[in-house]
Design a protein around this ligand. Structure first.
Ligand code: FES
Ligand code: FE2
Length: 428
């Protein structure tokens, strides 16, 4: 695999993606050397002990999106993040820095805040009044004389890693994890033209679905299902035969799907303000990113949805959809957002209502596991990364996936298509 010596320009990226789509339209099978993907054991979607392993070794040690700066815009604003179990307090400091702490008092473990969000001057524990600064340092306590040898400096709130990408705030409970930037890998490079520092929070909503988190997540990593599940919606304008995929390190990936007609414009976004000067990559196609483990974002120049997948139990999950408007120009938000969100909800419903039936069906003794094809390889890539993060030897052998996709992981944002790309392209 050739490694360029410079970051590719938007034109170079578009040229590579165009060549990739042409290759996909023209191929008669997977590229030379692409393996038969081994079956993914069904138990990974049903076994409570596997989910426990997944939670402790992966979810609670990964970078996950928590909130947007607009939700805690001023010093003292806080938000309680509870998606992965231990409540984490995310708070905007007097110095403008956003920090995260476990919502647990260093005295006897009472919560510092009990509401999902709000604004405070300082953090006063409601149990015995220990007082912390917005930076988590213990500043005062009642009856200090009664504590022998107590050092205030040793009783700060326990920090949780908290880093920003643009105005988006992510947390990670693993103190030793690589940085958020390392986790995001190539994604910020693609987002640069959407000005992540200027996005505005628009709307968020969660939906409880009775399935394993991976059942629904899988559906957002491929477009193989469009012709069945989204026959009357997405399939009418997306052409899945031209979809080109990049697998990146760390379980991240990218899927790029052409429109059926090059001049097609989503009627739901017509009239909405768009980021000026956005390249063809985003403006004329359908790029969708996976930031491991649970953020899928199909960006457009008129709006960015973060689709988040949260485990709630072996057979329960929540899907959360958060919308952002790119390019804050100080104007009020467009009234067209309401229709835009409603249109998306209709498509989402097509996926969620089916997911509950899939869960019942994968529980069946008649189901052995997932047999994936070339265009579903992002799902396999996700599972391989899960085992790497857990530690391959710690995954019970009957639930393990084989590591086969390493030769197909791209070190660069977009790899050129295989040499067979010279094959005659089919007419789209
Ligand atoms: S538990 Fe917080 S002051 Fe006692
Ligand atoms: Fe779908």
């Amino acid at each position: 695999m050739s490694t360029p010596t410079h970051s590719p320009s938007r034109e170079e990226v578009m040229d590579l993606l165009r060549a990739g789509m042409q290759y996909e339209f023209g191929r008669t099978g997977p590229p030379e050397g692409f393996p038969q993907l081994p079956v993914i054991p069904a138990g990974r979607y049903t076994d409570p002990t596997f989910l426990e392993l997944e939670m402790s070794a992966m979810w609670k040690r990964s970078w996950v999106y928590a909130c947007h700066l607009d939700e805690i815009p001023e010093p003292g604003h806080f938000l309680l993040f509870t998606r992965l179990g231990s409540p984490v307090l995310i708070i905007h400091g007097k110095d403008g820095v956003v920090r995260a702490f476990y919502n647990t008092c260093a005295h006897r473990g009472a919560p510092l805040v009990q509401t999902p969000g709000g604004k405070v001057e300082g953090l006063v524990c409601q149990y015995h009044g220990w007082t912390y600064g917005l930076d988590g340092r213990l500043v005062n306590l009642r009856d200090k004389r009664d504590f022998v040898g107590l050092d205030l400096n040793c009783h700060s709130l326990a920090p949780v890693r908290c880093e920003r990408f643009g105005n988006w705030i992510f947390v990670n409970e693993d103190a030793n994890a690589p940085t958020l930037a390392e986790n995001l890998g190539h994604i910020p490079g693609f987002f640069a033209e959407l000005a992540p520092e200027q996005t505005r929070f628009v709307h968020k909503k969660s939906y409880h679905v009775k399935c394993n988190v991976k059942v629904l997540l899988d559906a957002f990593l491929e477009v193989y299902h469009l012709k069945s599940i989204h026959q009357h919606t997405v399939d009418r304008f997306l052409d899945h035969r031209g979809t080109t995929i990049q697998l990146w390190a760390g379980g991240n990936s990218f899927m790029f799907t052409p429109n059926r007609r090059p001049d097609w414009e989503d009627p739901g976004t017509r009239g909405m303000p768009k980021v000026p000067g956005v390249s063809e990559v985003i403006a004329k196609n359908n790029p969708s990113f996976m930031s491991y483990p649970n953020l899928v974002t199909p960006v457009a120049d008129s709006g960015i949805p973060f689709i988040l997948f949260w485990p709630c139990g072996p057979r329960e999950m929540e899907i959360e959809v958060v919308w952002f408007a790119p390019g804050d120009n100080g104007e009020p938000l467009s009234p067209l957002w309401e229709t835009r969100i409603a249109n998306f909800e209709r498509i989402l419903y097509e996926d969620t209502q089916f997911a509950e039936f899939i869960q019942q069906s994968v529980e069946s003794p008649g189901f052995r596991g997932l047999t994936l094809n070339y265009q579903e390889r992002r799902i396999y890539h996700w599972h391989e990364e899960l085992d790497r993060r857990i530690g391959i030897d710690r995954v019970p052998e009957h639930l393990r996936v084989q590591q086969v996709l390493a030769p197909f992981v791209s070190a660069v944002p977009v790899s050129p298509p295989p040499a067979a790309a010279a094959a005659e392209p089919a007419t789209p």
